[in-house]
Design a protein around this ligand. Structure first.
Ligand SMILES: [Zn+2]
Length: 255
């Protein structure tokens, strides 16, 4: 098994990540309500099974950002999803989002490559019966100026991995998202953002990868996910997939 690819962690990379947040922005409107989305990147079979089960227990749905070039393969997240997993999730009402075909680093790839990777991924998803792909997440959370601009043309939202709650003026083309990692003993980090949301309306997006007992460093246990979902349920929040939340807040802004 190959070691996980690590994005550019140099000072230059960090500065670019910060700077792209100020380019090609799509500012969110003011929030009258609280919203929470649960999202899964890449995504492994374990999140298709345990993640979906945890959400469906409460009749909730999540967003799964898929890389169709990785179907039926295995990496540090365990066994990745199959075409059938995507179809099953979509049929159950979960959102299928785009994460490029081969999980490319959009910060160092030419924008034409990022665009064709995204387009091919959407094509395979449509062949699998996914009717509309409205949401995109940057692999490694990273993007260049040029690729952000190109990708923004094809999706309602683009999501990064910069932690935080999305309030008014947050960028729908680089949505903030909070990692859900580890076991129940590490719940406090995620809970601190739920407390932040309780204090002020906005949109809190969680993301994780594998959901299993022996989770990777980028995944979480089923118990942690269940706990965070249960805590979110106690709040007066709308819990829905990313595209659904974006639609609702856009409609509210117009009414
Ligand atoms: Zn990813």
């Amino acid at each position: 098994m190959n070691a996980p690819y690590l994005p550019d962690m140099s000072l230059k990379g960090k500065l670019r990540r910060r700077a792209t947040r100020f380019a090609d922005r799509k500012p969110l409107p003011a929030f009258a309500r609280r919203y929470v989305s649960f999202t899964f990147d890449d995504f492994p079979k374990s999140s298709a099974e345990h993640g979906a089960a945890a959400l469906e227990f409460h009749n909730l749905r999540g967003t799964y950002y898929a890389c169709t070039g990785q179907l039926d393969t295995e990496n540090h997240f365990g066994q990745l999803c199959s075409a059938k997993d995507i179809q099953k999730l979509a049929n159950a009402g979960h959102e299928i989002g785009c994460h490029t075909e081969n999980h490319i680093d959009c910060a160092v790839s030419h924008p034409a490559i990022a665009e064709s990777e995204a387009r091919r991924n959407r094509l395979v998803l449509s062949e699998l019966g996914v009717r509309e792909v409205r949401s995109f997440a940057f692999p490694y959370g990273d993007v260049s100026f040029a690729s952000k601009k190109t990708l923004a043309a094809s999706y309602a939202t683009l999501r990064g991995v910069q932690p935080g709650i999305n309030h008014q003026f947050a960028d729908a083309n680089q949505l903030l998202a909070v990692p859900l990692e580890g076991d129940l003993s590490e719940a406090d980090y995620a809970l601190s953002f739920l407390r932040g949301l309780a204090n002020k309306p906005g949109w809190l997006i969680f993301y994780t990868h594998d959901v299993r007992e022996d989770s990777s460093d980028w995944g979480c246990t089923p118990v942690l996910l269940q706990h965070i979902i249960a805590e979110a349920m106690k709040m007066d929040a709308i819990i829905a997939p990313v595209s659904e939340v974006f639609k609702q807040i856009s409609q509210e802004a117009q009414s």
